[in-house]
Ligand binder design. Structure first.
Ligand SMILES: NC(=O)C1=CN([C@@H]2O[C@H](COP(=O)(O)OP(=O)(O)OC[C@H]3O[C@@H](n4cnc5c(N)ncnc54)[C@H](O)[C@@H]3O)[C@@H](O)[C@H]2O)C=CC1
Ligand SMILES: O=C(O)C(=O)Cc1ccc(O)cc1
Length: 290
């Protein structure tokens, strides 16, 4: 049980974490700060936080657990804003979608106190952002990946595991580089393709008419294209090298299928579709390899 959560970024992810922690009885009080005062006020009105803090530093004052739930590009500035109050007993976590940039920022800013920081990425969320969409069930039965640094304290890593498990998550651990390679493939590339697909259709002379005819397949495929633009700009740029590699693999695969269609090679085309169909039919979210 924690005394006080200092929440920096009272949006979808931060708000949902606060609600889940409260519901599980894991925290007594939540003090929140968001860049826009109207968001912080809304979070208090909704009961997501108990007290509004006028700055990130004051949100951390008196906290024994701190969650950074801000866009990844704001991580370094946020850590700088709070570093004077960070101590060895605090547990500091983030929820950023990329990990190498976050870990580098934590090393640079927190220095001797970097051991208090446990980098986290919950594989939970949705295309809608903002505190209005905060949901205490967002993290239930989801995976969360921890990418501790060499200097992360064993005690803080243990506390981080306990708190995520306490709100219903399955905890995994990996290196930040391995994390960023994997999520370039299974999250950042699919978002990029969804954004590009919607734009490619809309840019055509009859694009709007085409869109008005689209059905459930298009809806499911492009749901994530409605995600928050600034957040995704930051993620795609933060994981630039890995993402560019994945776009190359994807372009090669797309080009191979393009060539088979051009050549009218139904047999080879069917084989590639069958391969994808079987892989997808057997895929389950969060299922581990045997
Ligand atoms: N939305 C999703 O599905 C997922 C998002 N994430 C990560 O979670 C983090 C937060 O995303 P969301 O909660 O979806 O976004 P959000 O837009 O709902 O919330 C972010 C909040 O941070 C505030 N903020 C922005 N810059 C700030 C700053 N410099 N200082 C203090 N507050 C600031 C905003 O005002 C907003 O209230 C991002 O790093 C994102 O990569 C991770 C997993 C899933
Ligand atoms: O909307 C969805 O289904 C998502 O995939 C949400 C999401 C967005 C960013 C992440 O880093 C993790 C999960």
């Amino acid at each position: 049980m924690f005394e006080q959560l200092g929440l920096i970024g009272c949006g979808l992810m931060g708000g949902s974490f606060a609600l889940a922690l409260k519901r599980a009885g894991l925290v007594k009080r939540v003090v929140g700060y968001s860049k826009s005062p109207s968001t912080t006020e809304r979070a208090r009105q909704m009961g997501v936080i108990d007290v509004e803090a006028p700055s990130a530093l004051l949100a951390v004052s008196g906290a024994d657990i701190v969650l950074l739930a801000v866009p990844v590009a704001a991580t370094e500035a946020t850590l700088k804003a709070i570093r004077h109050l960070v101590n060895k007993d605090m547990l500091i976590m983030d929820v950023g979608s990329t990990k190498r940039d976050v870990v580098d920022a934590a090393r640079r800013v927190l220095r001797d106190n970097v051991g208090s920081f446990v980098p986290c990425h919950p594989i939970a969320g949705k295309e809608a952002s903002g505190v209005e969409h905060a949901d205490p069930d967002l993290y239930t039965n989801r995976q969360v990946i921890l990418t501790p640094l060499e200097r992360t304290q064993v005690a803080q890593l243990g506390k981080a595991k306990d708190v995520w498990e306490g709100i219903g998550c399955q905890v995994l651990q990996m290196a930040p580089e391995a994390h960023d390679s994997a999520f370039a493939a299974v999250s950042h590339l699919p978002h990029l393709i969804a954004f590009a697909l919607v734009n490619a259709i809309a840019a055509q002379p009859h694009g709007q008419d085409f869109l008005s005819l689209a059905g459930p397949g298009f809806r499911d495929f492009t749901r994530i294209a409605a995600s928050e633009p600034k957040m995704w700009r930051d993620i795609l740029l933060a994981n630039k090298q890995e993402l560019l590699e994945q776009t190359q693999f994807f372009q090669q695969t797309l080009q191979a299928m393009h060539s088979l269609i051009e050549a009218g090679n139904g047999e080879a085309l069917e084989e590639l579709i069958a391969q994808a169909s079987q892989l997808r039919a057997n895929w389950r979210m969060g299922a581990r390899r045997a």
